[in-house]
Design a protein around this ligand. Structure first.
Ligand code: NAD
Length: 543
């Protein structure tokens, strides 16, 4: 069960190990702040042994991560149910399955992703080997968010492992059951020194951010994103920020309203709207607002029945704090005379329940349009043209996702050409997340840096330029030294080689698409024969 080469020891810093690891829920235990630097130093020391460089070692870690979910699925699913009443199958489909697919994709492609890329060294270095190596950054920090705790925490970690890094894993304390499950099982499957879990909140994360890492990956809100970016900047540490924002849906005159409403309400209701790429608001042609709101009502009825509260498929808001934030926005919005609750609106603090809620009569300056909603409230705003929609989106921060519903390709092209967003989906929502090789990430205020599939591997890879020259053969280096290079003869030689005759000849040869090395052989053979009159020993020395 333990990872190959790693003793299956529990991480005593972070976890109160259960007496036995069967479905009893692991307990959330804060990592003592005093232990954090020891954990980090141990990971760095082990990383420095070079153990992570082996591709087969990395694959074993990835396979162990896959097995961790296979063998303990019920514990992971139940943890998310405890955190936010999420249906087991919702966690399985949108949190675990996506991650497992990513692991399989990495296992299938790691050999090709990590292959050094040969670079044509050109004429002056024709006898050398030039390549781009795919090296790991080193010791990385992953700070996860609570809404999809497994894929948002272990997805980046998985990419970092594939690229050969060590990772300090900091799950969100807000989804404490999921965090406890990760802290409990990760050290049993992966190398516990290289991939330790630090559990905690602001003080623990602050302590981590004081330490110098080689890479930081943060998922969460933009306010904390700035704190993380500032901490990273102090050490010039590269940093990926996966943030949020208000992701718009643009619906044009040609869209099928029933289909659009069904897909929008599905994307707005899974995880109780607490999805970074959930639709935040919908721009609908003015004359179709009522029809679209009615279609949303039908969609909710179809998805969750008359009373979503009693439907086990519909989750809850994660904390009372988030519940209060959402109901406060809802109350402020309802207080505006024009606003109408077209769907839902029911709330229950004792159960952290907020019904899928659709609001009409909303304008761009209303309370519900100020910040990212990140909950099951959906404002519909009337618009008079696609141009107006584009202007509306452009006047705000660049969103994480942008959705367009239209049968008119010209409209789709126009919207894409004149807006910016981290991701864009036409006639659907969220499904881009299920394709491992579509890079995922934000732009501007919604984040920077990408992951998923090869993009994740590349994010955690330092492309190291590498040139290996022959150890001897000092003769060929002569033209570069001042005595020869700065002489008239030397200049003529260099000019002949690089600028004029041979340079031109070389360019022609390159057009024939053979690598420099091949032409170096041809060139040397020709020169060897010309100078040496065919004596082989004149040109075999450099082989
Ligand atoms: P959160 O509260 O879990 O915070 C994220 C992480 O930041 C946690 O690990 C937390 O411990 C840490 N943190 C919190 N305050 C901190 C501080 N002062 N200093 C240092 N670390 C601190 O998650 P959240 O921010 O509530 O998440 C919701 C936001 O994240 C939304 O805006 C959502 O759109 C965004 N999000 C983005 C993505 C994405 O992939 N782009 C995914 C999920 C969520």
């Amino acid at each position: 069960m333990g990872a190959a080469g790693a003793p299956p020891v529990a991480n005593s810093f972070a976890v109160a190990a259960e007496p036995n690891s069967t479905p009893a829920a692991p307990k959330f235990v804060l990592t003592p702040e005093a232990d954090i630097s020891t954990i980090v130093e141990a990971a760095r020391a082990r990383y420095n042994t070079g153990v992570t460089r082996s591709l087969s070692w990395r694959k074993n870690q990835l396979r162990a991560l896959f097995r961790m979910f296979d063998e303990n699925e019920s514990v992971f699913l139940e943890a998310s149910h405890k955190d936010m009443a999420k249906h087991h199958n919702e966690t399985w489909a949108y949190d675990v399955l996506i991650l497992k697919n990513e692991i399989v994709d990495a296992l299938e492609n790691l050999d090709s992703w990590s292959k050094p890329e040969r670079v044509d060294p050109g004429l002056p270095n024709m006898l050398d080997t030039a390549e781009i190596r795919r090296d790991p950054f080193g010791l990385c920090l992953v700070i996860g968010a609570w809404n999809y705790p497994y894929q948002l925490t272990l997805g980046p970690m998985m990419a970092a492992i594939a690229a050969g890094n060590a990772v300090i894993v900091k799950p969100s304390e807000v989804a404490s059951h999921a965090a406890a499950a990760m802290a409990h099982f990760l050290p049993k499957y992966l190398d516990p020194v290289l991939f330790p879990v630090v559990n905690g909140g602001v003080p623990e994360t602050t302590a981590l951010l004081k330490i110098r890492f080689d890479h930081i990956f943060y998922t969460g809100n933009g306010f904390v994103g700035k704190i993380v970016a500032a901490a990273a900047a102090k050490n010039l540490t590269p940093c990926v920020l996966e943030l949020g924002g208000k992701s718009p849906v643009i619906i044009d005159e040609t869209a099928d309203l029933a289909i659009a409403a069904k897909r929008v309400m599905w994307a707005k209701s899974i995880n109780c709207g607490q999805t970074c790429v959930a639709p935040d608001y919908v721009l609908v042609p003015r004359g179709k607002v009522d029809a679209f709101a009615a279609a949303c009502k039908d969609a909710v009825l179809d998805l969750y029945g008359e009373n979503p509260k009693t439907n086990s498929h519909y989750p809850r808001v994660i904390t009372k704090r988030q519940f209060d934030r959402l109901t406060d926005v809802l109350d402020k919005q309802k207080a505006i005379g024009t606003t109408k609750v077209a769907v839902g609106g029911e709330t229950d603090a004792s159960d952290l329940y907020i019904a899928p809620t659709v609001l009409t009569g909303v304008s761009g300056s209303d309370p519900v349009m100020e910040d990212e909603i990140f909950g099951p409230l959906l404002p519909i705003l009337p618009t008079d043209s696609v141009n107006e929609c584009i202007d509306f989106v452009r006047a705000r921060e660049k969103p994480l996702a942008l959705y367009v519903f239209s049968k008119n390709q010209k409209v789709v092209d126009d919207v894409l050409a004149r807006t910016d967003s981290g991701n864009a989906v036409v006639n659907d929502l969220l499904m881009n997340m299920t394709i491992p090789n579509l890079p995922f990430g934000g732009v501007g205020a919604s984040g920077s840096g990408k992951y998923h599939g090869k993009a994740g591997f590349d994010t955690y890879t330092h492309t190291r330029s590498y040139l290996q020259c022959p150890a001897g053969m000092d003769l060929v280096t002569m033209p570069r030294y001042p005595k020869m290079a700065y002489s008239n003869g030397g200049r003529k030689l260099l000019s002949a080689l690089l600028e004029k005759r041979v340079g031109g000849f070389w360019a022609l040869m390159r057009k024939l698409a053979l690598p420099t090395r091949t032409w170096a052989y041809v060139f040397c053979i020709v020169v060897g024969f010309v100078i040496g009159g065919g004596a082989q020993n004149r040109w075999t020395w450099w082989r």
